[in-house]
Design a protein around this ligand. Structure first.
Ligand SMILES: [Zn+2]
Length: 402
C-alpha cells in the first residue's frame, strides 16, 4: 500500500459555495473537501482541485495556504509541464501526518502507521499465544508505539488511533459489544486504547471499515452506493455505503449480512439463530470439501475443482446469491464487492452467482448491479482503520495541533 491510490471524486466531495450564515462551518467544510481530494493520492494540481470543487482559483489558493500553514499539505512544482503556460503546482497531503491503525485478532495484534498521503510508514505484528483481552491488546499497542519512538521523534504527527475489530462495535463510544472470536463482551476498547496511548481513539467493525476502504480506494472507487461482503476464517462481515456515506444504523451495528437467513432448514449459528449465511457459506467448509488446510491455497484450488469441490462451490454460491438478492432488493446498490473467500466463489462460479442474483432480484433494482471482487487484499483493514481517524480530521482540519 504505497501512495498510488486515487480517491473517489463523487458528489460527496463537492465543495459548498462561500455563502450562508455559518462562515466558519463553510470554511471547515471547504478545507475538508480539499483535504479529502488529496488524501490518499500522490497529489493533485491546483487546477484539478478547482475543477473538482467548482470553487474559484483564488478560493482554492487561500484554502491550500491555510492547509499548508496547518502542516496538512505541501505544494510542490510538477516535474513535467502538461500543456502551455505555467504548470499548476501540485498539492500533496503531508505523509508525516499519521494515524495509528490497530487490528486485534485471535493470535495477535497488528499495528500500522499510515500517512495522510496513504503511505504506510510501518507495519508491526505482535503475536500472542491466545486471543488477547481488550486490555492486553491496548497495552500491546502502547508497547509497539514505545518501540517506534524514534520514528515518531523524527517528526511524525499522530492524529489518532483507528481500530478495526471483528465484532459488533457501538459507534458512539467504541465499546465492543461482542467479538465472538476474541471472546470480548462489552469491552470499552476505544477508552482502553486512549488511556494506554494518550491518543484520541476510535473503534469500528472491521467489515464496515472494509466497505469504506473499498469505496474510497478499491473496487468501489467512484461508486456511491455499494455493498461489501467479506468472508474470512471468522465468518462473514459486511458493510454498506449509501449516497457516499457508511450506513451505520442507530448504534453502528448495521451490515451484519453474515447473520441473515438463507436456509430455514439450516443449522444453528453461534449467534443463536437458525440458517445464517455464515453457517452455510464458510471458509472451513470450503477448505474441507477441497481437502485443504491452508486458506492461502484456495485461490489456486478453485481453478482446478473436482466434482465434489465444484458441488460445494455451487452450494455456497447459491446461498451467497440469496443474501445478495435480499441486499439488492432492500438497499438498491450499484455494485456488490466481494472480499476474502467470497471473492474466490465469484472467481470460481461467476455466471452462476450473477445469474442467480439476476433471476431472483427485482428487475429494476438488479439491472445496474455489478458483482465484483475486492481489490485491496490484506491491506483493506489498515486502509479502513486509518480512514476512521482521517475522517475526523477531514471533518475539522483546523483542530489539528501544531
Ligand atoms: Zn448467526
Amino acid at each position: 500500500m504505497t501512495a498510488a491510490r486515487s480517491a473517489s471524486s463523487s458528489d460527496s466531495t463537492r465543495a459548498r459555495p462561500s455563502l450562508g450564515s455559518n462562515l466558519d462551518g463553510v470554511r471547515q467544510h471547504n478545507l475538508g473537501t480539499i483535504l479529502r481530494l488529496v488524501h490518499g493520492t500522490p497529489g493533485r494540481s491546483r487546477s484539478e482541485l478547482t475543477r473538482a470543487t467548482g470553487l474559484s482559483r483564488s478560493t482554492i489558493g487561500a484554502l491550500v495556504a491555510e492547509l499548508s500553514s496547518l502542516g496538512l499539505v505541501s505544494e510542490i512544482e510538477p516535474r513535467v509541464s502538461t500543456g502551455v503556460g505555467r504548470p499548476s503546482p501540485v498539492v500533496r497531503a503531508n505523509p508525516d501526518v499519521v494515524v495509528v491503525t490497530v487490528n486485534p485478532d485471535i493470535d495477535g495484534v497488528s499495528v500500522g502507521v499510515v500517512g495522510l498521503d496513504g503511505s504506510l510508514h510501518r507495519r508491526v505484528r505482535h503475536a500472542t499465544a491466545a486471543p488477547p483481552t481488550a486490555a492486553e491488546a491496548a497495552r500491546i499497542v502502547a508497547n509497539v508505539l514505545e518501540g517506534l519512538r524514534a520514528l515518531f521523534d523524527s517528526g511524525l504527527r499522530p492524529v489518532g488511533i483507528g481500530a478495526a475489530v471483528p465484532g459488533s462495535v457501538r459507534e458512539a463510544d467504541g465499546v465492543v459489544r461482542l467479538a465472538p472470536h476474541l471472546e470480548w463482551v462489552d469491552e470499552p476498547f476505544a477508552a482502553l486504547l486512549g488511556e494506554a496511548t494518550g491518543l484520541p481513539s476510535q473503534v469500528a467493525n472491521d467489515a464496515s471499515l472494509g466497505a469504506t476502504a473499498e469505496h474510497l480506494f478499491g473496487a468501489g472507487r467512484g461508486i456511491d452506493d455499494l455493498i461489501y461482503l467479506n468472508g474470512g476464517s471468522g465468518g462473514i462481515g459486511g458493510g454498506v455505503i449509501t449516497r457516499g456515506l457508511p450506513l451505520l444504523g442507530g448504534f453502528g451495528f448495521a451490515g451484519e449480512f453474515g447473520h441473515t437467513l438463507v436456509n430455514s432448514q439450516g443449522g444453528r449459528c453461534h449467534c443463536g439463530a437458525i440458517g445464517c449465511l455464515e453457517t452455510e457459506v464458510s471458509q472451513a467448509r470450503l477448505l474441507g470439501a477441497l481437502g485443504l488446510d491452508d486458506p492461502d491455497a484456495l485461490a489456486e484450488a478453485v481453478e482446478h475443482l473436482d466434482e465434489a469441490g465444484r458441488a460445494e462451490v455451487e452450494r455456497q454460491t447459491g446461498y451467497l446469491a440469496v443474501t445478495i438478492r435480499n441486499a439488492v432488493n432492500v438497499l438498491n446498490p450499484r455494485r456488490v464487492v466481494l472480499g476474502g473467500f467470497l471473492g474466490l466463489l465469484l472467481q470460481a462460479a461467476p455466471e452462476l452467482l450473477d445469474g442467480e442474483v439476476r433471476a431472483q432480484s427485482l428487475a429494476a433494482s438488479v439491472e445496474p448491479v455489478e458483482i465484483v471482487r475486492a481489490e485491496l487484499g490484506t491491506d483493506v483493514l489498515i486502509v479502513g482503520a486509518a480512514e476512521l481517524a482521517f475522517t475526523r480530521l477531514v471533518a475539522e482540519p483546523t483542530a489539528i495541533q501544531r
